[in-house]
Each structure stands twice: as C-alpha cells, then as structure tokens.
Design a protein around this ligand. Structure first.
Ligand code: S3P
Length: 178
C-alpha cells in the first residue's frame, strides 16, 4: 500500500458524502490547496454541472471530468474532492491513486437521501424516484469505491470529526477501513 503523505489527499464517494465540505476543512488543516473536480469542470466549460448535463449529456461531462482530473493532478500536494462518478473511470482511478492517498467517504443511501433532500443540483438524481436511483447507483458503485486506500464512515460524524479521522489516517495513526 501507498505510504500516507503529510500533504495532499483525494476524496471519493457518493454524492452527499461530504467530499467538498470535508475537503476544504482538511486542506485548511494540512495547509494544502483545495481543488474540486466539479468546480474545475464548471470553470473549463463556462457552465454549471446541470447545464452541461442538459446541453451536452453525461458522456461529454465525463470527458470534461477526465480533463479536469488530468489538469488537477499536474500540481502536487492538493486536497482534491472528486465528483461522485469520477472514481468509476479506470484512468481517473489510476491518476488519482498515483497522486495521493485516496479516502472514500462512505455514506449510506439513507444518509445521502436526507443530506440531499431538496437539492436540485444533481442531474443524475433528477428523475421521479430519487430513493430508488440512489439505492441502485450506490450498489453499483460500491466496488469502485472499495479501490480507495482508506475508508471513513461518515453517517454519524460531523465535518470536523471526519477531517480529524482523515488527518489521523494520513499521519499513519489510524489504519485502513477504520
Ligand atoms: C455525479 C456527482 C456530482 C457531479 C455530477 C455527477 C455522480 O458531484 O460530479 O452531478 O456521477 O455521482 P458530487 O458527488 O459532488 O455531488
């Protein structure tokens, strides 16, 4: 396994698992720069994620996502929060895993549904049966997320507690899957 480094980390996991908010807090604690793949995509495209999905479709979004990741990993030491689908792509997994320790923020379907209640910014969840979509996608993505180096179950933790846990993992005080 990769040695935990004192700077830089990659956060992966389902929509609503807290990657962006935890990533910012983690970057602050590590004294690292924070980057978010969705924000980079929006910058590159000059459009929001829902606008990109609506105008160009998911395939075009995934291409932009790969470009954004290639771009973000060109500068070392960042804390990178990824979009929930980014780690499903083999090339993205390879680039991100080579970049820094990858931490999976785990959140159950129930947690995701309650955290994203009323959220209209996730095009994949825009259909009529959000609960079913979340459960199906969640199950389908589990195997890819398991390829992360570490996993933190976030359901019962605050942002600060998740960041604490990750800092401990990165400093080698806490093991895989704890
Ligand atoms: C997606 C997750 C979103 C965003 C896009 C697709 C996904 O990011 O990249 O809507 O496939 O799970 P968040 O995980 O930050 O919501």
């Amino acid at each position: 396994m990769k040695r935990p480094s004192s700077r830089g980390a990659v956060l992966v996991g389902f929509m609503g698992s807290g990657k962006s908010v935890v990533g910012k807090e983690l970057a602050r604690r590590l004294g690292a720069r924070f980057a978010d793949t969705d924000a980079r995509i929006e910058e590159m495209a000059g459009a929001t994620v829902p606008e990109i999905f609506a105008a160009r479709g998911e395939t075009a979004f995934r291409e932009l996502e790969r470009d954004a990741i290639r771009d973000l990993v060109s500068v070392p030491g960042r804390v990178i929060a990824t979009g929930g689908g980014a780690f499903l792509d083999e090339e993205n997994r390879r680039l991100l895993s080579a970049y820094a320790p990858v931490i999976h923020l785990e959140a159950s379907p129930g947690t995701v549904l309650s955290r994203l209640a009323g959220d209209a910014g996730r095009p994949l969840l825009a259909g009529p049966d959000r609960e079913r979509t979340v459960r199906e996608l969640h199950a389908r993505r589990a195997a890819s997320y398991r390829e992360a180096d570490f996993s933190v179950r976030t359901d019962a933790l605050s942002v600060e507690e998740v960041a604490d846990r990750i800092v401990r993992i990165l400093s080698g005080k806490e093991g895989e899957g704890e």
